[in-house]
Design a protein around this ligand. Structure first.
Ligand SMILES: Nc1ncnc2c1ncn2[C@@H]1O[C@H](COP(=O)(O)OP(=O)(O)OP(=O)(O)O)[C@@H](O)[C@H]1O
Ligand SMILES: [Mg+2]
Length: 260
């Protein structure tokens, strides 16, 4: 049975989409069947993989709100073992339309549960909000990865996010775990980056992944080519660090031997 991991932080621009695309591509490159679910109306994961959100006919929106079968929405990407359940701007409307539905927190879960047998990993790219779609994503997930940017105000909003996770754990999804806090956009030359790393690791200790994602040009430019960094430049620091993250997660989940 596949594992569902939500990439969440209501703070904007911390690396959620970059992590979604490149972690998923790394898992796929290691031959795990992987599905990206784009749960953000900005549709950055969809466009970052080379698809025009305006041309998407069936998205996660139609699956959650109109009962379209996920198989009628899933796109097989050019990257082996990597599929995409895309988004488009209509997803903004889903928040409002779902308010009147019964079990409105469960729509993502019921969409994804039937896919667990087909995928080893389902990675959900959340939007920068703690709205109903994100609540749906956290309700559907087995675990959550929280990207934290090595920048000013890195920890801002983290308390609120952890609190939301606690509420979901107590009311909607008792087995939701925190997979880890991921430090992103680390710049060796910037003293502040080092301060954030030591502050976050002191505070959250073993919750923080050993892998730290550096600031890397390939990671920021590969979406404009519609590919993961791994497909553009497999030796780039960015691609290698997401491969390391994938291995760290696989080892932690007993899906890869320690020495591999
Ligand atoms: N490690 C990195 N090195 C260089 N640039 C990065 C890195 N990670 C992310 N970026 C860039 O920073 C910006 C924000 O990243 P990203 O879109 O992944 O964040 P996000 O959390 O998904 O944003 P949003 O909250 O809007 O969904 C993007 O332009 C992205 O290309
Ligand atoms: Mg994003």
């Amino acid at each position: 049975m596949g594992k569902v991991i939500a990439i969440a932080n209501q703070k904007g621009g911390v690396g959620k989409t970059t992590t979604t695309i490149n972690l998923a591509a790394s898992l796929a490159a290691l031959e795990f069947q992987t599905l990206i679910v784009d749960a953000d109306p900005q549709a950055n994961s969809t466009s970052g993989l080379g698809y025009n959100p305006k041309e998407i006919e069936n998205s996660i929106y139609e699956c959650m709100v109109e009962g379209v079968r996920p198989h009628d929405a899933i796109i097989q990407t050019d990257f082996p073992n990597l599929d995409l359940l895309p988004s488009h701007i209509d997803l903004v409307g889903a928040e409002i339309e779902m308010i009147n539905l019964q079990n409105r927190e469960d729509k993502m879960k019921s969409t994804l549960d039937g896919l667990r047998e087909e995928y080893d990993f389902i990675i959900i790219d959340c939007s920068p909000s703690l709205g109903l779609i994100t609540i749906n994503s956290l309700t559907a997930a087995d675990s959550v990865i929280i990207p934290v940017q090595c920048e000013y105000f890195a920890l801002e909003g983290l308390g609120k996010l952890l609190n939301t996770i606690k509420i979901i754990q107590s009311r909607l999804n008792t087995h939701l775990a925190i997979e880890g806090i991921l430090l992103t956009m680390y710049d060796l030359r910037v003293r502040l980056s080092n301060q954030v790393v030591s502050e976050v690791t002191t505070h959250f200790q073993q919750m923080v992944f050993n892998t730290i994602i550096p600031r890397n040009i390939r990671l920021s430019e590969s979406p404009s080519f519609g590919v993961p960094a791994l497909a553009q430049d497999a030796d780039s620091k960015g691609a290698v660090s997401y491969l390391n993250l994938a291995r760290e997660i696989l080892i932690k989940n007993g899906m890869m031997p320690q020495e591999a």
